[in-house]
Design a protein around this ligand. Structure first.
Ligand SMILES: NC(=O)c1ccc[n+]([C@@H]2O[C@H](COP(=O)([O-])OP(=O)(O)OC[C@H]3O[C@@H](n4cnc5c(N)ncnc54)[C@H](OP(=O)(O)O)[C@@H]3O)[C@@H](O)[C@H]2O)c1
Length: 330
């Protein structure tokens, strides 16, 4: 493994991860088709390039993603920090439910370990907070997983500051995972005030704005066959407004002889040593390009200019469709 990539600690846990990890969600069909052969190649390439932080969930392809990463890690588990998540469920009616009950925590973790073919998950997150179960009960059950040696560290996704405080009082959290990018700063930066006070790291998901910040998307019609067609940021009117914003980083990228997505990732990582980005891709060459963000130098002036061009609330369209928005920041 290439050990030269910069690393960051996750909270007070023993976990040390590369500041750019790999999000595995799109390797399970969420953003259109992806073959297992390709998924394996993408994960192997990331590890070859020195990335040690892989982000999965039991709901990415409902088990598929964990089975895939488990196969990819055969013979090369050492040094890898594997994150997975639980809490989203499939309702018999077809939609997604949420379950944070202690009994479910235990059974979901055991099912994930089986699919992964591993003894331990390094970082185990609640994927969505269950509003009907006190967070103390959910995190209490997760703490028991640590005692049992099934999990090394704990995290929450999309938790509000109040929920983070209550959870952290039960067992120290290593990381909070929430969407954060130039496009969507509001809730992330509100969350950061609390994570910083408590010494918890921040894992920024969808750091490329689900592709918008790469400057490579020319029409929302490109997503007619994937989940993004339902996301307001790509809807008519919003998409054009967001594209107009992105023109700004395209200009800076040309000046710096780099790619717009690299500017977006470099800005994010410059927001603090407590931040880790997990861009996702189905293409090996884009892993290299995203890692290239580590070589992009942004001066204080550049950072301020970007922050002003993309103020909190800049994006047109909410982070999720209306139903999904009810499950975040709670
Ligand atoms: N906790 C949660 O609720 C939650 C929610 C969403 C995501 N996540 C995690 O965050 C990870 C990343 O989020 P994401 O995949 O939604 O969004 P993202 O990383 O912001 O963007 C991914 C998209 O950008 C494209 N892309 C990546 N690198 C590129 C490059 N260098 N040039 C051009 N296009 C590029 C990818 O297309 P190609 O595949 O064609 O490269 C893909 O369409 C996920 O994999 C998942 O692990 C967590």
């Amino acid at each position: 493994m290439n050990r030269l990539l910069p690393t960051r600690h996750l909270g007070a846990s023993p976990l040390e991860v590369t500041s750019i990890g790999l999000g595995l969600m799109s390797l399970s069909g969420i953003y259109g088709e992806s073959s297992d052969e390709n998924g394996m190649a993408v994960i192997q390439h990331a590890l070859d390039k020195g990335i040690n932080f892989l982000d999965s969930s039991d709901m990415y392809g409902w088990g598929h993603n964990e089975t895939l990463v488990g196969k990819a890690l055969k013979g090369r588990r050492e040094g890898v920090v594997l994150a997975s998540k639980f809490g989203q469920t499939r309702l018999p009616t077809g939609g997604n439910g949420v379950d944070g009950s202690p009994a479910y925590v235990q059974s979901a973790c055991e099912a994930s370990l089986k699919r992964l073919g591993l003894d331990v998950i390094d970082l185990y997150y609640v994927h969505r907070i269950d509003p009907n179960v006190p967070i103390e009960d959910t995190v209490g059950a997760m703490a028991r997983l640590i005692e049992q040696g099934k999990v090394r560290a704990l995290g929450l996704c999309e938790a509000s500051p109040a929920t983070i405080r209550r959870a952290h009082a039960v067992h120290p959290l290593a990381a909070i995972q929430t969407e954060y990018s130039l496009l969507y700063r509001e809730q992330a930066e509100e969350t950061l005030k609390t994570t910083r006070e408590l010494g918890i790291s921040f894992v920024a998901y969808s750091p490329l704005g689900r592709s918008l910040l790469t400057g490579k998307v020319h029409s929302a019609a490109e997503f007619a066959n994937d989940r993004r067609k339902d996301h307001p940021r790509f809807h008519e009117g919003n998409f054009e407004r967001n594209q107009a914003l992105i023109a700004f980083i395209e200009i800076m990228a040309r000046q710096k002889n780099c790619q717009p997505g690299q500017i977006a990732l470099a800005w994010l990582l410059a927001q603090g040593e407590d931040i880790v980005a997990i861009p996702g891709t189905k293409q090996t060459s884009r892993i290299d390009e995203n890692l290239g963000a580590l070589n992009v130098q942004l001066s204080k002036h550049d950072l301020d200019t970007l922050s002003k061009a993309f103020p909190p609330g800049a994006a047109a369209g909410t982070r999720y469709p209306a139903g999904g928005m009810k499950g975040v920041f709670i």
